[in-house]
Design a protein around this ligand. Structure first.
Ligand SMILES: C[S@@+](CC[C@H](N)C(=O)[O-])C[C@H]1O[C@@H](n2cnc3c(N)ncnc32)[C@H](O)[C@@H]1O
Length: 356
C-alpha cells in the first residue's frame, strides 16, 4: 500500500533521452505553481471555493467534498472555539516526541486540513524558530499570522504540493470523517507519509462519534450520524481503524502509539463540560441539513432535538473519548537528515530547482 511507481524513459523515445521521470519533477513544478498561485489569505477575496447562500452566508463550493458542515464563516468560528476545547482536554497541542526539535529550531511542520489555522498559528508562536504550513481546501485562513507560518489551499486527495521527505512533523486533526476508508488508505496516509521526512513524526487526533452514558436523544442523534457516515463510506470506529491503518503502512515504524482522554459533557462537569456541550450543540447544528433529512424532521424539530440533547447530558452525565495516534516514518535510505533553518528553506528549494 502506498508505493509510488517510478517510470524510467527508454533511450530512443523522442523528446527525452534517458530522463528519469519518477514524478519528482512534476511535483516540483506543481509545488512552484502552488506557491505562485497561492490565494490571498485575507478570507475576503473572490474565490470559487465558496458561493453565497441567499441569506448572505458563505457556503463551500467544492464539488468533490463530502463535508457535512458546509457554512464557511460559522464553521470557521466553531472550529476556533473547538480548538480551545481540545487544548483544555489535552493540556497541550500534540503528543509526538517532537518538542525538542521544534524548540531547537529549523523543524518544518505541516497541519493538514488546518481549517481556520488556530493550531498552526498557536504552534508557530510557541516555536518561533521552526516553520509551519497549514493546508486546507477551503481558504478560511487567518488574516494575521507570524512570519514562520503560511497557508496554502490544497486538497490532499489531489496530492499535497510538497516534495517527498519535507516535514519533520505532520499533524492532522478531526478529518477522518472527511474521507472514505479507500481514500484514507490509498491517498491520505500515503500522501502524508510521502511528505514526512524519514525519521519524522505523523500525528492524528480524532474524537469518538459515539458517546458514553448516552440518553435516548443522544443515541438518536449519534445513530443518525453513524448512518450518514456509513452511507458515505467514512471510517468507523476511529479508535481501532486509524492506528491499524497506520500500522499496515510499511513506511511507518511498527508500534503506533495511542493516547486517550475523556471529556465530560454538560454544566455538571464545570467549565470544561460547559465548553464541550456548547461545542457539540453547535456541531449538531452545523450538520443540520443532512441530519434533519435523514431523521425526517423539520428544521425547528431538529433544533428542539438538539436542545433536548443539551439537557439530557446533564441527567446522564454523558462523556466522550478523544484520541491521538502517532508514529514515526522509517528510515530507508541514507538521505541527509540535516534540516535547514527556516530562513534557508527557500534557498534550499531554489538550489533543488536549479539542480533540475
Ligand atoms: C473538522 S475541520 C478540522 C479543522 C482543524 N484541523 C482543527 O482541528 O481545527 C476539518 C477541516 O478539514 C478540511 N478538509 C476536509 N477535507 C479536506 C481535503 N480533502 N483536503 C484538505 N482539507 C480538507 C475542511 O475544509 C475543514 O477545514
Amino acid at each position: 500500500m502506498g508505493g509510488r511507481q517510478s517510470k524510467t524513459a527508454v533511450v530512443g523515445v523522442p523528446q527525452t533521452s534517458l530522463v528519469k521521470t519518477d514524478g519528482k519533477a512534476e511535483r516540483r513544478k506543481k509545488f512552484r505553481s502552488w506557491r505562485s498561485a497561492a490565494p490571498a489569505l485575507d478570507g475576503n477575496s473572490i474565490n470559487d471555493a465558496w458561493r453565497f447562500a441567499g441569506n448572505g452566508k458563505r457556503i463551500h463550493n467544492l464539488k468533490n467534498s463530502k463535508l457535512l458542515a458546509p457554512l464557511v464563516d460559522e464553521e470557521a468560528e466553531r472550529l476556533r472555539r473547538q480548538h480551545r476545547l481540545y487544548k483544555r482536554i489535552w493540556q497541550n497541542n500534540f503528543s509526538a516526541p517532537v518538542e525538542e526539535k521544534l524548540k531547537s529550531g529549523g523543524a518544518r511542520v505541516l497541519d493538514v486540513g488546518c481549517g481556520p489555522g488556530t493550531w498552526t498559528i498557536e504552534m508557530s508562536e510557541a516555536y518561533p524558530l521552526s516553520s509551519f504550513i497549514g493546508v486546507d481546501f477551503m481558504p478560511i485562513f487567518p488574516q494575521e499570522k507570524p512570519e514562520n507560518a503560511k497557508f496554502i489551499q490544497a486538497n490532499i486527495l489531489d496530492g499535497l504540493p510538497f516534495l517527498d521527505d519535507t516535514f519533520d512533523f505532520v499533524h492532522m486533526r478531526l478529518l477522518v470523517t472527511a474521507f472514505t476508508t479507500t481514500e484514507w488508505e490509498q491517498k491520505v496516509i500515503p500522501e502524508i507519509i510521502r511528505v514526512t521526512r524519514q525519521g519524522g513524526w505523523v500525528e492524528f487526533m480524532e474524537s469518538d462519534i459515539q458517546y458514553c452514558n448516552e440518553g435516548p436523544t443522544t443515541a438518536r442523534l449519534t445513530n443518525s450520524l453513524m448512518t450518514i457516515m456509513k452511507s458515505k463510506g467514512f471510517v468507523t470506529p476511529i479508535n481501532s481503524y486509524v492506528p491499524q491503518s497506520m500500522e499496515a503502512n510499511e513506511k511507518f515504524i511498527k508500534g503506533i502509539q495511542t493516547e486517550e482522554k475523556s471529556c465530560f459533557v454538560g454544566h455538571w462537569a464545570r467549565e470544561l463540560g460547559q465548553m464541550a456541550v456548547d461545542d457539540i450543540t453547535k456541531g449538531w447544528s452545523a450538520v443540520k441539513s443532512p441530519m434533519s433529512t435523514l431523521m425526517k424532521v423539520k428544521s425547528h424539530e431538529y433544533d428542539e432535538t438538539v436542545a433536548i440533547f443539551a439537557k439530557e447530558v446533564e441527567q446522564y452525565r454523558t462523556f466522550f473519548k478523544t484520541w491521538r495516534f502517532f508514529g514515526q516514518k522509517a528510515v530507508t535510505t541514507s538521505l541527509s537528515s540535516s534540516i535547514s533553518t527556516p530562513s534557508k528553506w527557500n534557498e534550499q528549494e531554489q538550489q533543488q530547482e536549479q539542480q533540475q
